[in-house]
Design a binder for this molecule. Structure first.
Ligand code: OGA
Ligand code: MN
Length: 278
């Protein structure tokens, strides 16, 4: 089968067809994938149809795979099931927060480098596309004045901030459970080791240091609206077997809402970060 490679927008995303199963689990394919991620933020392998062993093997070719604490699948402790079905995942109740634009692992000093998601089952009752927004492109497009104004701005990220979007009125017990995940402050502009700059915003961004909650919220909302304009966004409509990989340091992403009874089931791995936010 011939391999095709298509760029999706002027700045973002590449779609690859014709690479599946064991043909994907290859050093050269992985090296090309890493180069493409750095350039385009998200790589989509259409109908890659990788099984769990192949998903883990390909992830290992890309970087250090993060083990999932209390993972459901003992044979593959690196794989997390992404579903709203509580019978399949203890974390199902938290998935609604993925409907809001976010970056994974922002409460760590070193956020995950990349996330891999493959569709075992797609939604059978609507919703469930995934959208990606490129924060390199969004930063680049800001005016010089706006860039200068953001230079020393710092933002507090927390799991609690993202859950409050879904459940604005938690009981004290719920709130205390969320707050067990420590918050972390980051600069709003991430200057990467290669000098490129991206924006650290999204659902986990709760407060701007030194500003009132209202002022902080207004700035964060404005930056999120800016960054998720159509010219910075790629939308993926899933087919069974698709494998999507994104550079989690620069790609805001969200699932379009799908119901609790949806058959949608994704298998996911995460690659450990290599760079602290600075
Ligand atoms: C995630 C995530 C989006 C989706 O797993 O981190 O944001 O479409 N998933 O399921
Ligand atoms: Mn995510």
């Amino acid at each position: 089968m011939t391999v095709t490679v298509t760029e999706l927008t002027p700045t973002t995303g590449v779609e690859v067809t014709g690479l599946s199963g064991s043909r994907l689990v290859d050093r050269r394919v992985a090296a090309e994938c890493l180069r493409t991620l750095a350039r385009r933020g998200v790589v989509i392998y259409r109908e890659a149809n990788v099984n769990d062993n192949q998903l883990v093997a390909f992830s290992r070719l890309l970087g250090d795979v993060v083990p999932i604490p209390n993972g459901a699948d003992k044979a593959h402790p690196e794989i997390q099931q992404i579903t709203r079905d509580p019978a399949k995942s203890k974390l199902a109740a938290y998935r609604e927060a993925t409907f809001f634009w976010h970056i994974d692992g922002t409460s760590s000093e070193v956020p995950d480098k990349a996330t891999l998601l493959t569709a075992k089952q797609v939604s059978d009752n609507g919703g469930g596309d995934t959208e990606f927004a490129n924060t390199y492109a969004a930063y680049e497009a800001l005016s010089d004045k706006a860039k200068a104004e953001l230079e020393n701005v710092r933002v507090v990220h927390s799991f609690t901030a993202s859950q409050l979007l879904v459940y604005p009125n938690p009981s004290p017990k719920e709130r205390a459970a969320w707050d067990r995940n420590p918050a972390r402050e980051h600069p709003v502009i991430w200057t990467h080791q290669d000098g490129r700059k991206s924006l650290m915003i999204g659902a986990t961004a709760g407060e701007v240091t030194g500003r009132s909650p209202e002022e902080g919220r207004a700035l964060l909302d404005q930056l999120l609206d800016w960054s998720t304009q159509p010219q910075f966004v790629v939308r993926h409509k899933w087919r069974p077997g698709d494998l999507v990989i994104w550079d989690n340091t620069i790609m805001l992403h969200r699932a379009l809402p799908y119901s609790e009874t949806s058959a949608r089931l994704m298998h996911r791995t995460s690659l450990a970060g290599e760079e602290a936010v600075a």
